[in-house]
Design a protein around this ligand. Structure first.
Ligand code: ATP
Ligand code: MG
Length: 374
């Protein structure tokens, strides 16, 4: 936004819209309050000066807000608009709309769109649009165009104030982080699992991260990925549990290489990860597991392998990326700021030469018995 476009002389405010929270039933106010608290924390943490935050009819208003906060970081926010806040008075509205005229004068065409959140206000929305539109058109010489205008002046009539704005910035939507409960997230240093974790956070999940490290560098990378996810956690620390991968195999890992069991190492490894994760689910009071699994992404991510490796756990496994295209995941990773870190290369696991692409469950159970890892 530039100040030229959106004059905020008078009361400066930010209108915050939330998406699905508004569809909630009886516990709606609990979600709204959670979002309000997260916004409050975010603004303070990022040094934004504001006077107060209020909730009215499906909107949260940040009053007296200096500067434009990056509210994409607050999960639950669907979109937001920097706005001019004026008294709920029609004459004041006519005067305030003049502040937008320089920008409208520079535009090829414009329209005025009015929404009355409070239907008691007169005149009604259409009359406001017509009259304010006519005044602006006359004073700027810019024609009105209702479809795809170059400039759209929004007028929102609230219960206590009127807001004028020209911009709607979209954010992620979803629910306040933590409002749905806790899940244990299996996180590697790759691109997928941080994105999968984020997607579940966006649905209100509070994640506890579980990583099986091969090297210290890998563990340090995952710790930095945790920091990136914390940008969306409304100030709360995300717990990261790191366990050496060797522990999963009880010292038997290298002994499997060069034997006929070598091709089973990957499925075995994932089985053991799920087993440990489901133990953590109980210890952490969580409700299930998150993974970054993606069907057919690599030759080993087959339905057969997924069935076999998930038998290690006895709780629900959530894999929001299961049907994503890699390109979609990468775009999201860039947007949430994990991509550049995920592609940094660090010493990781040594894969077997010919990993099995479709291990039958019965076969895996036999391998587990044979190795004594069950
Ligand atoms: P990512 O899937 O995160 O890009 P990756 O491709 O290295 O990483 P895969 O081999 O595809 O991982 O494993 C599928 C899923 O298993 C991961 O998304 C993650 O949830 C889990 N996982 C893999 N490696 C680890 C690990 N070292 N620690 C914890 N979980 C892991
Ligand atoms: Mg992967």
């Amino acid at each position: 936004m530039n100040d030229n476009q959106c004059p905020r002389r008078g009361g400066q405010a930010v209108i915050v819209r939330y998406g699905e929270i508004s569809l909630k039933g009886r516990n709606r106010s609990q979600f709204e309050l959670g979002l309000k608290n997260d916004l409050d924390w975010f603004l303070r943490q990022n040094g934004h000066s504001f006077s107060s935050i209020s909730m009215q009819r499906g909107r949260i208003y940040i009053h007296g807000c200096i500067g434009l906060p990056d509210l994409e970081k607050v999960l639950g926010v669907y979109s937001y608009s920097p706005a001019l806040e004026i008294p709920r008075d029609y004459e004041a509205l006519k005067n305030a709309s003049a502040g937008f005229m320089p920008a409208i004068k520079k535009s090829a065409h414009f329209r005025v769109s009015c929404q009355r959140l409070d239907k008691h206000f007169t005149p009604d929305s259409m009359a406001v649009e017509k009259e304010i539109g006519a005044i602006i058109a006359e004073r700027t010489g810019t024609p009105v165009r209702l479809k795809d205008p170059a400039f759209e002046l929004h007028i929102e009539i609230g219960q206590r104030h009127i807001y004028l704005f020209s911009e709607k910035i979209s954010a992620f939507g979803g629910f306040p982080v933590g409002s749905a409960g806790k899940l244990v997230s299996l996180i590697s240093g790759g691109i997928d699992s941080p994105v999968a974790t984020f997607l579940m956070m966006k649905r209100g999940v509070w994640p506890v991260l579980l990583h099986f490290k091969v090297s210290e560098a890998e563990a340090a990378k995952v710790s930095r990925l945790r920091d990136r996810l914390e940008a969306f956690s409304a100030g709360r620390k995300i717990k990261l549990i790191v366990i050496p991968r060797a522990e999963l195999f009880q010292g038997k890992f290298s002994g499997l290489f060069g034997t006929r069991l070598e091709p089973y190492v990957c499925v075995l490894c994932k089985y053991l990860m799920h087993k440990k994760a489901s133990q953590m689910v109980k210890e952490e009071g969580a409700f299930g597991i998150i993974t970054g699994d993606n069907l057919a992404q690599v030759a080993s991510q087959t339905l057969k392998n997924l069935l076999a490796q998930r038998r290690g756990s006895d709780c629900p496994v959530y894999s929001p990326l299961i049907a994503y295209e890699k390109i979609e995941t990468m775009a999201l990773a860039r947007r949430i700021g994990t991509y550049d870190l995920s592609i940094e290369s660090v010493p990781g696991c040594t894969p077997p030469r010919n990993p099995k692409t479709g291990v039958k469950l019965e076969r895996l159970l036999k391998v587990l018995e044979e190795t004594g890892l069950k």
